[in-house]
Design a protein around this ligand. Structure first.
Ligand code: HEM
Length: 262
């Protein structure tokens, strides 16, 4: 049973590093919950990015079936993050106020991985790189990402390969806007799924992802209002007012708009 010369569970998982990364800055009991909730969210985001990037490569290469499996996993990860709010909701305003001052100006607003998920999907608001400028490595990674075709750009590429009249975007470093030609292409796919089954399935995988992502944003803003009301955020925004505006962000506008036409 000795692991002196063999790799143990803790060695393989790097548990010393993971389990020694919680550093509460106050004596408040709930700060540990707050830290672990964010850290576990970041770990799930890391996996989501791993899957999204691989799915993008496979879609670009026309290998859709394994990409579907990865996108299904990403949707499940979002669902997992949605369930996690139930744990955080056990923290009351009184509990949070005990340690909020200890956070300083740190905020999920500065979550680099969250922004990267948006950028990979295609929601590229370059102004959101601002909070990362103090870390040239992270700001640089977001800029490089914004210069690459997004997940949705490679999906548009599949529409073009299938013969639809869809051109690549001239600028990649901005959010996707609805386009008549793309909506018309999706309309044909949705009106005749049997002929375009793979594209139809691909579109629905993206819809699943965005659906769960919207629920995450909604759970977040509801939890935030429950815990801090309408106070300003530690990251400097108006707080709930900002997060409510973010509920309107749309990752794949063509796919939402086509529904009205069907
Ligand atoms: C009681 C718990 C929480 C409160 C009170 C809270 C509060 C806020 C507020 C007020 C903002 C707006 C930016 C600002 O001014 O700070 C924000 C943004 C954000 N928070 Fe939270 N948050 C909480 C939990 C979480 C958790 C668990 C995560 C998971 C990683 C998270 C991730 C984010 C992200 C990614 C943003 C940026 C959203 C965007 O720009 O669209 N937050 N949060």
């Amino acid at each position: 049973m000795s692991f002196r010369d063999r790799m143990s569970y803790g060695d393989y998982l790097g548990l010393d590093a993971v389990l020694s990364a919680q550093h509460p800055r106050s004596a408040a009991h709930d700060e540990m919950l707050f830290i672990i909730q964010h850290q576990t969210s970041e770990l799930w985001m890391k996996l989501a990015l791993h899957e999204m990037d691989a799915a993008r490569g496979l879609i670009a290469a026309g290998d859709l079936q394994p990409a579907f499996k990865m996108l299904a996993r990403v949707a499940r990860i979002m669902e997992q993050l949605n369930s996690a709010w139930d744990v955080l909701r056990t923290m009351t305003p009184s509990d949070y106020t005990d340690f909020r001052a200890a956070l300083g100006e740190s905020s999920g607003f500065q979550s680099w991985q969250y922004r990267m998920i948006e950028f990979v999907a295609g929601n590229r608001n370059m102004a959101m790189i601002g909070p990362h400028e103090h870390r040239p490595d992270l700001a640089g990674a977001l800029r490089s990402e914004a210069a690459r075709p997004s997940l949705y750009d490679v999906v548009l590429g599949r529409l073009a390969v299938a013969g639809f009249d869809v051109a690549p975007r001239s600028r990649l470093d901005c959010p996707h806007q609805p386009e008549a030609a793309v909506i018309a292409a999706w309309e044909r796919v949705y009106r005749d799924p049997r002929t375009h089954w793979e594209l139809y399935e691909l579109a629905e995988k993206l819809m699943d992802f965005e659906d769960y992502f919207r629920r995450w944003r909604f759970n977040h803003v509801t939890t935030v209002e429950r815990v801090i009301g309408f106070k300003r955020g530690t990251g400097g925004t108006g707080g709930v007012s900002y997060l409510r505006r973010m509920l309107e962000a749309v990752l794949f506008p063509d796919l939402w708009q086509v529904r009205t036409q069907l």
